[in-house]
Design a protein around this ligand. Structure first.
Ligand SMILES: Nc1ncnc2c1ncn2[C@@H]1O[C@H](COP(=O)(O)OP(=O)(O)O)[C@@H](O)[C@H]1O
Ligand SMILES: [Mg+2]
Length: 311
């Protein structure tokens, strides 16, 4: 549905986007995950038709944005990083206005507005001026404005920044629902957990480039497949560590009284920890608890850039 080839954008001396390519299928949520300044908004602005690329090509359903911009824009829903709201207008008025701009009228418009109000949980509060709204409510309305005309592709720029967990959850749920109805979704974020939870595929971006791309499990594999296994119990860590440590399979990360932390290298599709655990059980070690942490995206980002991806 969305095809992006080799996008470039320069601001003076700064190469903000340096050759980004990706494809997003109908019904898919694709995440652009990267720190501030990575080039996410610049990419999204080019896809929205607000900014012309220096180089590269953008197509929606095979239609070229540069040559047929009006046709493409009718298919698009855009949710900008900054709320685009009028303080004195109500949610109802906003949605009717936006729907009208996209050509909806009469009962189609009314139905569309009611559907979106329900999605974003603002039914019942839809006649008050937006200035009465909390930050989360404004954010939800900002999202609704990008959805009212049932776009075939939605572009969202960090739609959950600065809101409470409840409103964030609502927004993520609405996006999932929209994708499940067959819409292609581009979702930019600097939140690792959000990308992990929401996106079907993720591109890790930094300095205007895609450093890695794939489904969560594929990205996790790139970390090197190391899982972290924490064992707690009434055992002698020193002895257990010696009994277990086959240096080609296991690394000891921490070793204290009653607590042993190991990194297991993945083998044969994630059996590292399982094999290790069966070994421990076979030794008859007395244990109170075990936790296994899968390879993380944060680890991958660190590996790719040498930096932490943190909020
Ligand atoms: N209009 C502009 N003029 C000059 N520099 C810009 C402009 N827009 C963005 N930049 C720069 O381009 C880089 C990428 O910015 P942006 O796309 O907003 O990143 P992100 O959305 O990932 O935080 C940043 O270094 C930013 O300062
Ligand atoms: Mg941005």
């Amino acid at each position: 549905m969305i095809q992006v080839e080799n996008l470039h954008k320069r601001f003076g001396d700064l190469q903000a986007v340096a050759g980004i390519s990706f494809e997003i299928a109908a019904g898919e949520i694709y995440g652009l995950l990267g720190p501030n300044g990575a080039g996410k908004t610049t990419t999204l602005s080019m896809l929205s038709g607000l900014l012309a690329p220096d180089e590269g090509r953008i197509r929606f359903d095979g239609i070229d944005l540069a040559s047929r911009p009006l046709e493409v824009k009718g298919m698009l829903g855009i949710v900008p990083q900054e709320n685009a709201l009028y303080e004195d207008l109500s949610a109802q008025e906003h949605l009717r206005l936006w729907g009208g701009l996209y050509g909806l009228t009469g009962s189609d418009l009314t139905t569309a507005v009611e559907r979106v109000l329900e999605w974003i949980g603002l039914t019942g509060r839809d006649r008050e001026p937006v200035k009465n709204f909390s930050g989360g409510m404004k954010r939800r309305l900002n999202l609704g404005l990008g959805l009212v005309h049932s776009p075939r592709a939605v572009l969202l720029d960090e739609p959950t920044v600065g809101i409470d967990p409840q409103a964030r959850l609502n927004i993520l749920e609405v996006i999932r629902q929209v994708a499940d109805a067959g819409t292609a979704v581009l979702y930019t974020t600097h939140h690792l957990e959000e990308a992990e939870k929401l996106c079907d595929r993720i591109a890790i971006v930094d300095h205007g480039k895609v450093l890695a791309e794939g489904r969560l499990d594929e990205l996790q594999k790139m970390v090197g497949g190391e899982e972290v296994l924490t064992l707690r119990g009434d055992f002698d860590s020193e002895t257990l560590a010696t009994q277990l440590t086959d240096p080609s399979l296991v690394r000891v990360l921490a070793k204290e009284e009653g607590r042993l932390v190991l990194a297991t290298l993945e083998q044969d599709g994630g059996r590292g920890s399982v094999d290790l655990l069966s070994k421990i059980f076979a030794l008859g070690v007395s244990m109170d608890g075990v936790s296994i942490e899968p390879p993380s995206l944060n680890g991958l980002f660190l590996k790719l850039t040498g930096r932490q991806l943190r909020d």
